[in-house]
Design a protein around this ligand. Structure first.
Ligand code: NAP
Length: 530
């Protein structure tokens, strides 16, 4: 596949800047074909203006037309063939089957959103008919529903080049809502981004939609993303990535003369609590599951478990620690996504090695190869004092490293749960009796965590209606919202209320006859009837 490396602005391309960069294969440092041009401020301006111009047409498309568009994206992603996956594999070091699985997730996700959009009830239509005799004051006819907000900037993450990038849930949910999208391509997989952009352009053409609803700009410098977020015609941005990047852009979004929502999904520490009853029953099995979760994808998951808590006066805890240590030594070092992430991982591990009170319990036996950006698995351990002395351990180190913390009592576990920052997940391994004994820990976790997992592991999540992938800061910048699953459409819509509006002039979703047959809240009752 040939890559032009230009900005994609609607149906045109542009390469005003002579400043270019390339994709790199992290497995051996090979420079991959294609020169990608840094977007200029004028190109960013053009892309957002075009999106703003296309917004009114796009938002007035029918639910059926928008559903058909999402299905066309899914079909085009399959029809595009495997070259796209081969490039994604080369740009990230992910094995090809992982990239194929990611495409499967992206395709299923687009179809799931199509189903939701077509059904229509997601617009949350509410109707309160006029009550002229209401006391103390009469009520006018009041109706409201969710409406799209405008052009959305999308920043994908390096670790999911297909499923959380150009074809990811941010783009799909923005389109589902009726919002145009401008992608800031991830500089670690620019070729994959260009190929995915072609897939979306093919779907736009097939469905006869305005070409301005989709643009993509490249950039390796923070300027490109910053200028995009500052653009006055942007309505919101969705970001998946590091705490540093997410926080910096969140601050830019809030410092604008007109602040806009900045939905940042960032990393977290994803604690695992291994309770005594479960340890007695299956310490070995839990340790195996933990190391598998820690090392899958070279530990490069936002749900990677960075802390494991157990109770010390329990032989099962010793079994858990020694089995986990044995499996960690057996882990064969693997290539990380790019040299920058590899460097940050090595620095993070080095800092942990220098922390007093923290012991390196195990490390992959095979020496990682620096030139291949390989990461070994590291397992540290400490006690409650060690953790209290090093609050940095509550922060994510992105990669296959985790710390096992030995506590002495349910109260100590509860105190640590209280110290946790907001996190995407927490996993509890226990019996029903454990849940009773440790109920205070669970009560604390409910305040801190997006997804609570019982007798399972945080890595891997199903894209469905009920999933929640979010959590209090620093897991995200808006704890009310998810970035995965159909509910994430709520980030790109806002309620619009119509008071005493003539029936024929209302959107179909709010008309008396309920012409599209959606579920609505009418005078306080959920119903599909009129
Ligand atoms: P990243 O370095 O923060 O990059 C994400 C995107 O943001 C890139 O396009 C990057 O472009 C841009 N960016 C970063 N800092 C910026 C700044 N200061 N100003 C303007 N743009 C900026 O993250 P990553 O390395 O790709 O991904 C790894 C991280 O993502 C991990 O921490 C992981 O836990 C997290 N993650 C979270 C989730 C989730 O759903 N919560 C999912 C996957 C990954 P430039 O490189 O050009 O700056």
């Amino acid at each position: 596949m040939n890559f032009h490396g230009h900005q994609i602005i609607g149906k045109t391309t542009s390469a005003e800047s002579g400043e270019t960069f390339t994709g790199i294969d992290p497995r051996d440092g090979t420079v991959l074909p294609g020169e990608f041009h840094e977007a200029t401020n004028a190109e960013i301006d053009q892309a957002v203006n075009l999106a703003a111009e296309s917004f009114d047409t796009f938002r007035h498309t029918s639910l059926e037309d928008r559903a058909a568009f999402l299905e066309a994206i899914a079909d085009e992603a399959i029809a595009f063939g495997d070259e796209f996956l081969i490039r994604a594999s080369a740009e990230t070091g992910h094995p090809l089957p992982r990239c194929t699985a990611e495409r499967g997730r992206a395709v299923n996700q687009a179809r799931l959103f199509a189903k939701m959009v077509r059904e229509g009830s997601w617009v949350d239509a509410r109707i309160d008919k006029a009550l002229p005799d209401q006391q103390p004051v009469p009520r006018p006819d009041i109706r409201s529903m969710m409406k799209p907000i405008g052009p959305i900037a999308v920043f994908g993450a390096s670790n999911f080049p297909i499923a959380i990038s150009v074809l990811g849930s941010d783009t799909i949910s923005a389109f589902a809502a009726g919002c145009p999208v401008i992608i800031k391509a991830h500089p670690a997989h620019p070729g994959t981004c260009e190929a995915a952009a072609l897939i979306i352009q093919n779907a736009i053409k097939k469905c006869g939609l305005p070409d301005g609803i989709f643009s993509l700009v490249h950039g390796r410098s923070a300027r490109v993303g910053t200028e995009l977020v500052k653009h006055p015609k942007l309505a919101a941005a969705a970001f998946t990535g590091s705490l540093n990047g997410g926080r910096a852009l969140f601050d830019v979004a809030n410092a604008r003369p007109v602040p806009i929502p900045f939905y940042a999904e960032m990393g977290s520490v994803n604690p695992i609590f291994v309770l005594p009853g479960a340890l007695e029953e299956r310490a070995d099995g839990i340790a195996k599951g933990f190391i598998e979760a820690l090392t899958t994808g070279v530990g490069q998951f936002c749900t990677n478990p960075g802390l494991v808590f157990g109770i010390g006066d329990n032989s099962g805890w010793d079994t858990f620690r020694s089995t986990a240590a044995e499996l960690a030594t057996e882990y064969d070092p693997q290539t990380m996504l790019h040299s920058g992430i590899h460097y940050a991982f090595e620095e993070g591990v080095k800092a942990m090695q220098n922390m007093g009170g923290l012991t390196l319990k195990a490390r992959s036996i095979r020496e990682p190869v620096e030139q291949k950006s390989e990461a070994a698995c590291y397992l540290f351990e400490t006690d409650s004092e060690g953790l209290l002395d090093h609050p940095q351990l509550f922060e994510e180190v992105f990669g296959p490293v985790s710390t096992m913390v030995e506590c002495q009592s349910p109260r100590e576990l509860e105190a640590f749960a209280e110290q946790l920052d907001g996190s995407l997940t927490a996993s509890i391994h226990g019996t029903e009796e454990d849940l009773e004994t440790y109920k205070n820990v669970i009560t604390v976790l409910e305040r801190k965590i997006g997804r609570l997992i019982f007798n399972g592991y945080p890595v891997g999540l199903d894209v469905c209606d009920s999933i929640h992938h979010g959590g209090p800061y620093p897991a995200t910048c808006h704890s009310h919202f998810t970035s995965i699953g159909t509910r994430c459409i709520n980030r790109f819509v806002r309620p619009v209320c119509y008071q005493n509006w003539p029936n024929a002039a209302l959107p179909p979703e709010l008309q008396d006859e309920n012409p599209i047959g959606i579920m609505r809240m009418v005078n306080g009752e959920r119903t599909r009837s009129v």
